[in-house]
Write a protein that binds this ligand. Structure first.
Ligand code: GDP
Ligand code: K
Ligand code: MG
Length: 274
């Protein structure tokens, strides 16, 4: 007997720091996209696939609309116009010009749009939610407006059900095991960059570059990764190393943990700064 299959592309949009990458990772059930409080954490379009039984969902995580330049905005529009569903995320009960700009980008696409009011775990006065939903309803004909918390997974099951109900009746495009088209080097360098963004919250210049020199697999099938962090000035190097090198150690441990989780293998990570 032949089963029907469903498959579609979903793009996640919104301004920076509303929780797009956090939700993206939850939806594909694996950490690919890096997360931090910093504005320019996500700098690329990140692609992830999740397959469950007859449903295949293909997600795009995007940089915040406020950080997208004109060239990239065209790329974003192209991704939106070619997708089947748009997930527009806003933070809590706030609405500003960047939210307005996001809305203007998707408005004419005629693609079903779900609005997520994220981080409701931070909303103390829940009475404010309903008037805000009414305000948003007047803004646009959203298919659904769903309050949720990406962080503690509140309402994520409801969101997944809604997404599945909107997927076109279509053959799967990828094998069940396929997760991302991001290269191994990219994923590894992103996991390293994430930790430097978290641990060097204020002092770190935005301009460090991570270079993966080699990734090899030993006889025990463990990953051996050698990476180089390039800084522009000697001063930046002293900031990174600090007095004891403690922060660098923590960065390495956390990055290693995430890389190991991604590959499901033990990882040995060696980082140099230059
Ligand atoms: P993006 O810039 O939109 O991709 O946002 P991120 O996913 O990088 O998240 C930005 C910050 O918000 C991070 O510090 C996250 O841990 C935090 N965050 C994400 N989702 C939630 C949520 O539902 N509740 C709370 N309280 N924080 C969240
Ligand atoms: K961020
Ligand atoms: Mg992000």
């Amino acid at each position: 007997m032949l089963y029907k299959t469903y498959c579609g592309t979903i793009v996640i949009v919104g301004k920076t720091n509303v929780g797009k990458s956090t939700l993206f990772n939850q939806l594909i059930n694996k950490k690919i996209s890096i997360i931090s409080k910093k504005r320019n954490t996500t700098q690329n379009y990140i692609f992830g696939v999740h397959t469950k039984k007859i449903y295949q969902t293909i997600y795009f995580d995007t940089p915040g609309i406020d950080l997208i330049n004109k060239f990239n905005l065209n790329k974003l529009k192209k991704i939106i116009y070619e997708s089947d569903i748009t997930i527009f995320i806003v933070e809590n009960i706030s609405w500003d010009q960047n939210d307005e700009n996001t809305l203007n980008t998707i408005k004419n696409s005629s693609i079903p749009t779900l609005l997520i009011i994220n981080k409701i775990d931070k909303l103390k006065n829940k009475m404010l939610l309903l008037p805000h939903i009414n305000f948003l309803k007047k803004k646009f004909n959203f298919l659904e407006i769903l309050p949720m918390s990406g962080k503690n997974k509140k309402n994520i099951d409801i969101l997944i059900k809604i997404i599945y109900s909107l997927l076109p009746d279509r053959p799967h495009q990828y094998l069940k095991s396929y997760i991302t088209n991001c290269s191994t080097n990219f994923v590894v360098s992103e996991f390293i960059r994430e930790q430097y963004m978290i641990y060097f919250n204020k002092e770190l210049p935005y301009t460090i570059t991570i270079q993966i020199n080699s990734i090899s697999i030993n006889t025990k099938k463990e990953y051996i990764i050698k990476a180089l962090i390039l800084v522009k000035k000697n001063r930046h190097k002293s900031i990174l190393i600090g007095k004891t090198g403690n922060k660098i150690k923590k960065c390495s441990i956390m990055a290693k943990k995430n890389i190991s989780c991604f590959f499901q293998r033990k990882v040995h990570l060696f980082i140099w700064i230059k």
